[in-house]
Design a protein around this ligand. Structure first.
Ligand SMILES: NC(=O)c1ccc[n+]([C@@H]2O[C@H](COP(=O)([O-])OP(=O)(O)OC[C@H]3O[C@@H](n4cnc5c(N)ncnc54)[C@H](OP(=O)(O)O)[C@@H]3O)[C@@H](O)[C@H]2O)c1
Length: 433
């Protein structure tokens, strides 16, 4: 025989207790939560899925009540409604298949993890593509089976775990539900110089990333997003923009009047152009396409060189500086472009070695590096402290990311094919709605 549910004092149409409003993951806004109320004698009969589960929307609660009262009021009805409710509460994720392949990216479901002390649960609204993510999803960087890819993520805070005992209360790590936040590339590089340990854990590679609807991460793996940006825009910043920022500002010390050479029209280079213009530098941009060069000029570049039509673009860039040479090169090509960059660079100039699009090795004129006393500096993204500084700068300078195209989470494979086509300008995003 099924036992009737305990009748509770009525609240509206049902006898369940509304709790104070809090941010609701599925509704994407503040909502009152309703709890199941079951007589203590009957609680053992509730399925584990129902015990202590909150119905996160009033309609589900009313449905539970309608099914449970008067005569049909059964624990089974609650169990049934809660099972549906629980099914809905699972989140969509993308995992890297084994063997990894872009065509094998598939959506599956998983349970979000509640935040532990020092953690924050984020409703991810967007992620963006970096070359590093492409290597993860096509197996160029091997990852453990089932890895959730994507190092970049942005979205709203859903829930904040209790503070870590005895941890200093860093104001930049205090978040509240509804805050728009973005990820950091490294889990442990909070500030200071890089070390192997600080750079040992990368989201979307050695630990799960942001191709998911809900991510639960340490508060130290998030910063606020620049005010005025959408989540889709903010999700373009943590890898590409921070790399450009660290290359030019942190390592390069770029200043007004410097000349900066940026290569191509991809994510890192377009951010480098925007940052260089924001500080008052002159920018020489290269591209394989005259049409993209026009867009780079429209974004503020002072000069454009088609590197296909002008293979000796290093000398062409130098001649644009009256023979002095550029102060900074944002090197994304690697070995195949480095000799031209050395030609373009002034005596005592700086080359930020960021990418290896032309290959991992090659012949480099080391003697010209030495004779011209050029500083060749490897750059791997940046620390959380660098990201906080970049956020302040993007707010002050009102820098808006250039989003070339946006894809749905279900179409992530298409997004990567678009990246591989090389037709994009700036960043490619994935909306996680
Ligand atoms: N070290 C780090 O921390 C870090 C961080 C982010 C990215 N990266 C690396 O930086 C590189 C670029 O990344 P991204 O995200 O900006 O890539 P992306 O958005 O895919 O941009 C690629 C663009 O680079 C340009 N390009 C390709 N080959 C070139 C060449 N030989 N010379 C000049 N430009 C060339 C093309 O521009 P056009 O179509 O205009 O020719 C292409 O659209 C990748 O190797 C990536 O792995 C490194």
């Amino acid at each position: 025989m099924q036992m009737p549910l305990l009748a509770k004092p009525m609240d509206g149409a049902c006898g369940h207790s509304p709790r104070r409003p809090s941010f609701d993951a599925r509704l994407g806004r503040e909502a009152r939560k309703f709890t199941y109320c079951v007589h203590k004698d009957e609680q053992d009969r509730l399925s584990p899925a129902v015990r202590n589960v909150e119905i996160a929307n009033a309609e589900a609660c009313k449905l539970a009540c309608a099914r449970s009262r008067p005569a049909a009021g059964t624990v089974a009805a609650f169990n049934q409604v809660a099972a549906g409710d629980e099914k809905d509460s699972r989140m969509k994720i993308v995992r890297v298949a084994q063997p990894a392949a872009i065509d094998q990216l598939r959506i599956s479901a998983a349970d979000p993890r509640p935040p532990q002390p020092g953690e924050v649960m984020v409703r991810v609204r967007a992620t963006s593509l970096n070359y590093h993510d492409l290597l993860v999803v096509n197996g160029g960087i091997p990852t453990p089976p089932g890895r959730i890819p994507m190092s970049d993520g942005a979205g709203e805070v859903l829930e904040v775990g209790p503070p870590l005992p005895d941890a200093p209360r860093d104001p930049s790590c205090i978040f509240k539900p509804g805050d728009l936040v973005m990820s950091t590339f490294f889990r442990h590089w909070h500030d200071g110089e890089p070390t192997a340990v600080k750079c040992g854990a990368v989201y979307g590679e050695s630990i799960d990333g942001y191709a998911c609807e809900i991510a639960t991460v340490p508060a130290t793996s998030l910063t606020k997003a620049p005010a005025g940006l959408t989540a889709l825009e903010a999700a373009t910043l943590p890898c590409a923009a921070l790399t450009a920022w660290r290359a030019l500002v942190v390592q390069g010390g770029v200043k007004a009047g410097d000349t900066v050479l940026v290569q191509g029209s991809g994510g890192v280079s377009v951010f480098a152009l925007q940052i260089a213009k924001a500080v008052g530098a002159t920018v020489i941009a290269t591209s394989s396409s005259d049409e993209k060069l026009q867009r780079l000029l429209a974004l503020g570049a002072d000069h454009g060189i088609n590197y296909k039509a002008t293979p000796k673009w290093g000398a062409a860039a130098r001649s644009l500086t009256d023979g002095r040479g550029v102060d900074h090169v944002v090197e994304i090509g690697g070995a195949g472009t480095l000799n031209q960059s050395i030609t373009a660079c002034r005596v005592g100039g700086h080359i930020a070695m960021i990418g290896v699009l032309t290959g991992r090795e090659g012949e480099v004129s080391t003697v010209r590096l030495l004779a011209n006393q050029i500083r060749l500096q490897g750059v791997m993204v940046g620390s959380r402290a660098d990201q906080l500084a970049m956020v302040r700068a993007f707010e002050a300078c009102r820098i808006k990311p250039i989003v070339d195209a946006s894809f749905a989470l279900e179409d992530m494979g298409q997004a990567f094919r678009h990246q591989m086509s090389g037709s994009h300008f700036g960043k490619i995003s994935v909306a996680v709605d």
